[in-house]
Design a protein around this ligand. Sequence first.
Ligand SMILES: C[S@@+](CC[C@H](N)C(=O)[O-])C[C@H]1O[C@@H](n2cnc3c(N)ncnc32)[C@H](O)[C@@H]1O
Ligand code: SF4
Ligand code: SF4
Length: 481
Amino acid sequence: MIPVEVEAPTYRVQEHHAFEASGQRFLYLVPSGAIFALTPIGREILDLVAHEQLDRTTLVRRLLDRGHQPGDIRTGLHELEEARALSEGPAQRELPKVPARAFPLQRIVLNVTNQCNLACGYCYEYSDDKISKTSGKPKYMDQKVAEDSVDLLFAEAGDHPSVHVTFFGGETLLNFPLLRSTVTYAQQRAREARKKIEFSLTTNATLLTEEVADFLAEHRIGVTVSIDGDRELNDRMRVFHDGRGSYNVIVPKIRMLLERHKTNSIGARVTLSAGVGQVRRIYEHLTQEVGFRAVGFSPATANPDRLYSIGPQKMSSVLGGFEDLALEYRDYALAGRTHGFTNANDTLKELHTGLSKAYPCGAGLGLLGVGTAGDISLCHRFVDSDVGKMGHVQNGGVDHAARQDFLQTHHLGHRVDCHSCWARPVCAGGCYHEAFIHYGDTSAATLHYCDWIRGWNDLCLKIYGEISVHNPAFLNRFDSN
Ligand SMILES: C[S@@+](CC[C@H](N)C(=O)[O-])C[C@H]1O[C@@H](n2cnc3c(N)ncnc32)[C@H](O)[C@@H]1O
Ligand code: SF4
Ligand code: SF4
């Protein structure tokens, strides 16, 4: 037999995004979504491997020549290989897998009404971008549909120890009686099923009363209040049907809610649009003047032709505002204090958890939406639309074939544009609704947001690095849940 000379495999640095924080180099490892702090020898190894193809023997010889001890070299190499920052053989691009069919349901969002007492200019439920078809559907969900939805949640939750019900609308509190009776019913079902249950709702706050606030407090219901800033900014878009602004009506009610409800979080949700992008002004008003301890921002989803569409230029100024608040968040974190900018908190938590997502969010995965007639959909934004239909709570329950088909066709693997992007573990291609409104296709990647997403995640990685160097104990808060 002729001896075959086999070449030793050379080292490759695996796919990553490098960043510096507090004078230290970190790698964000794309396949795993892990953050790795490089030691001085680790940094040297990666620099050597990045510039030259080196097999193990040659690499070790180089490091010995540079005066490193064999034990340090072994440890340095081992750490990099363990983290999968470095491996022998060709560089590989890894994508997460499509989940197994029986993925447990963890949350349902009940659109308890499709009616609203406001007429916010950007609202995807009533604007020109509306995709829900509500004609012929009940205006209000009835008790039977709500209870069947809760039953379905427990039936589909499998072994999962906790479930969550979110109440949504239209204006959610227009159907407060149903919300109240559904909470009681779901708590009873949770006791029988020996599962933990949590509730939340999103509201425009116009219908809050002391009775409502006390009920929400008693049942520890998390509340998201939609408000877009001070009177001038909020009233640009969040108006009644006669055009009157909602600010004067909601602010006293919000203060009353904050005063009476202290058993769960109450956060403000700001929808940014063309005329409403002043991030710091809005944040300071909502925390200092209104009294919120948590404020989150989200740009309005809109066809680019809409006048209120936020557009790329405005988005870059919004990123500036996000950066400003995120750096303040960092300063608070270094001093061991809590800051209320939830966008920073949520991204840091995601980065800390180190997930590598195959899907941008839980829609169709652990979360489903239910319309007033009991139709199940991908999420609350697709309720009663022709897209993302996934069964009916009374007629056959979850359409598992449709759900699995959606998960197959919307897996990151099909968002080819994202395969070479380092932000894909956290972004996974972006919101399906955003994609549908922009490109008419839920499976398109939201490429109009890429610079923004990468800029924001790069900033949060640096902040994460700084916190991990100067106050690592702060990060423990992200371990729970
Ligand atoms: C549709 S509303 C339903 C609950 C309730 N009526 C409220 O306003 O909170 C839920 C949230 O969606 C936000 N929203 C409405 N239209 C939007 C859009 N086009 N893009 C992004 N968020 C939007 C609202 O500002 C609100 O915070
Ligand atoms: S209050 Fe909520 S549902 Fe009503 S129009 Fe405004 S955003 Fe839409
Ligand atoms: S949508 Fe853009 S930022 Fe998000 S993963 Fe795809 S390429 Fe990256």
